[in-house]
Ligand binder design. Sequence first.
Ligand SMILES: Nc1nc2c(ncn2[C@@H]2O[C@H](COP(=O)(O)OP(=O)(O)O)[C@@H](O)[C@H]2O)c(=O)[nH]1
Ligand SMILES: Nc1ncnc2c1ncn2[C@@H]1O[C@H](COP(=O)(O)OP(=O)(O)O)[C@@H](O)[C@H]1O
Length: 198
Amino acid sequence: MQGPRPVVLSGPSGAGKSTLIKKLFKDYENIFGFSVSHTTRQPRPGEVNGKDYHFVTREEMKKEIDAGEFLEHAEFSGNMYGTSKAAVQAVQAQNQICVLDVDIQGVKNIKRTDLNPIYISVQPPSMDVLEKRLRDRQTETEESLLKRLSAARVDLELSKEPGLFDLVIVNDDLEKAYSELKEVLLKEIQKTQESRKS
Ligand SMILES: Nc1nc2c(ncn2[C@@H]2O[C@H](COP(=O)(O)OP(=O)(O)O)[C@@H](O)[C@H]2O)c(=O)[nH]1
Ligand SMILES: Nc1ncnc2c1ncn2[C@@H]1O[C@H](COP(=O)(O)OP(=O)(O)O)[C@@H](O)[C@H]1O
């Protein structure tokens, strides 16, 4: 039997993807599995290697890309990010719903694969709110923050392409955004819960 459909969450840095994913994983332990990406950026305080990301050097990552080990990869804000085939396979081997957090280039590149996920865009209510949330998060330098805001403008423009996403969630009120996310995933969640009983 085919396993559950994966889920791709995309949208500007600071839109709330990680927050929504963390809520989902807390409420549905064992139903979802995170596709742990590779990145060349530095870990933030609290981030765990192998859990949040595989933190690697540019050389290591390039070597693995050349060896054909990646499903997709992209350059974002001066760093490399990518989804290894192993990251997705590890989740699918557990028969869990695989959740991928990728930028818009990732969305476009995944469309060329046979992954067949549900594509969801998480968007901020406005650029001003996005800037405030990114500043309040206190993870970025001024330079990195400005790069992210400029990438966000491009992202929001490109996201308007008809048919690119199955659902756009505007993350104004967190609980409302989370309900919308759960609703679109309900069928896959139920299927996965059922398969656990048999
Ligand atoms: N294409 C691609 N983008 C990724 C991947 N992992 C993370 N990203 C994206 O890279 C961007 C920056 O991520 P990160 O540095 O964690 O910052 P944050 O989104 O502000 O928390 C976000 O848009 C992520 O969705 C990946 O494996 N592939
Ligand atoms: N609906 C919301 N209202 C207020 N703050 C939010 C909301 N959603 C997320 N945040 C906060 O905004 C910041 C960015 O969210 P985060 O999940 O890190 O975004 P992303 O993973 O998309 O980069 C975090 O500090 C988070 O706590």
